[in-house]
Write a protein that binds this ligand. Structure first.
Ligand SMILES: [Zn+2]
Length: 332
């Protein structure tokens, strides 16, 4: 947070402890006001990510987000649900489960805020506001049919909500999942549908007038996991005996992963792995510290954690067909 250099630091010899705290708070508020005064267009590069649940941003794109935020791009995260149906890995918080007090969503708002802080991401919103759409649960579960879940959302209402954000933030780059939602979760599939619709309709002057000037983002990406990288992770975990990567021997047995030649873009964000790991820790109810993701955060596993992969779905590929190293279009 930028400090106002013209403000004298409180001198502990002539102000009491309480006054020092107040002075520090005032400085912080002024710093925050300066940030708020910036508009999205003050950032030449703007990246918008559309994710389904708190934690998806970190697991799939956390290093990328931290990298671009550190490089002063505007990173805007839109999360579509509160993740109310997530499994709770912290035993003392089991009472928050959807079959008990149903308080996990509220709790995960705090986890996500802490994760964004770790990633250096300041612009975070819930689609339609926090709690507008509920986590739909895994495909085939009774929760899919609740009228308040994202899977049952009115697509036009959800698209309008996202179009308004696109027109406000004016991202050049939009990131979401592929049409299978990466691995078939209904909220991920729905996030894909809404993000693709908003990508197109934000540019249509006839659509949702009153939500801002039309804006055509230039590049749309889907998150990806190359099969070769998944296989390397499986082999590494097998060799170290650290843990069992989702209980499979081969990347071919995983319900996600892309053939390597489909992957257009590789973001090397190993310098920001610490931020990603800190953000994973912030999602304490969801990501086990002894699970496969943390096991991959050791030295050898960094290849699988600090590099993130994408498929360019809209926009021009680099002319020589090389794998891109920058979501904004650069190639190695
Ligand atoms: Zn998810």
């Amino acid at each position: 947070m930028p400090q106002d250099a013209t403000l004298p630091a409180p001198d502990p010899s002539d102000v009491g402890a309480e006054e020092a705290v107040l002075a520090a708070a005032e400085t912080a508020v002024e710093g925050a006001a300066q940030e708020v005064a910036m508009t999205p267009l003050d950032h030449p590069r703007r990246l918008l990510l559309v994710h389904a649940h708190p934690d998806d941003e970190t697991i799939g794109t956390g290093a990328t987000m931290a990298k671009y935020a550190a490089e002063h791009a505007l990173v805007t995260l839109v999360t579509c649900t509160l993740g109310e149906e997530g499994e709770i890995l912290v035993p003392t918080l089991g009472h928050l489960g959807s079959d008990q007090q149903d308080g996990l969503g509220q709790h995960r708002i705090g986890e996500l805020a802490a994760a964004c802080e770790a990633l250096g991401v300041r612009d975070h919103r819930f689609l339609g506001g926090p709690g507008r759409w509920r986590d739909s649960g895994m495909m085939g579960t009774p929760q899919n049919d609740r009228p308040d879940v994202f899977w049952q959302a009115d697509l036009d209402e959800a698209t309008r909500a996202l179009v308004a954000i696109v027109r406000e933030v004016r991202p050049q780059v939009v990131v979401t999942y592929d049409e299978n939602g990466g691995y078939g979760h209904p909220d991920h599939i729905q996030a894909h549908r809404v993000a693709v619709a908003a990508f197109d309709r934000a540019a249509d002057p006839g659509y949702a007038p009153g939500t801002g000037e039309p804006w055509q983002a230039s590049r749309l990406y889907y998150t990806a996991f190359p099969k070769s990288v998944l296989q390397a992770g499986i082999d590494h975990l097998k060799a170290t005996g650290a843990t069992n990567f989702f209980g499979v021997e081969s990347a071919e047995d995983l319900p996600f992963g892309n053939p390597d030649d489909e992957v257009t873009t590789e973001i090397d964000a190993r310098d920001h792995l610490d931020a990603k790991v800190a953000a994973m820790r912030a999602h304490a109810t969801q990501i086990a510290v002894d699970g496969p993701f943390f096991a991959l955060s050791d030295n050898v596993g960094q290849k699988a954690m600090g590099r993130e992969y994408y498929v360019l779905a809209r926009g021009d590929r680099h002319p020589d067909g090389a794998r891109e190293t920058d979501l904004f279009g650069g190639a190695a």
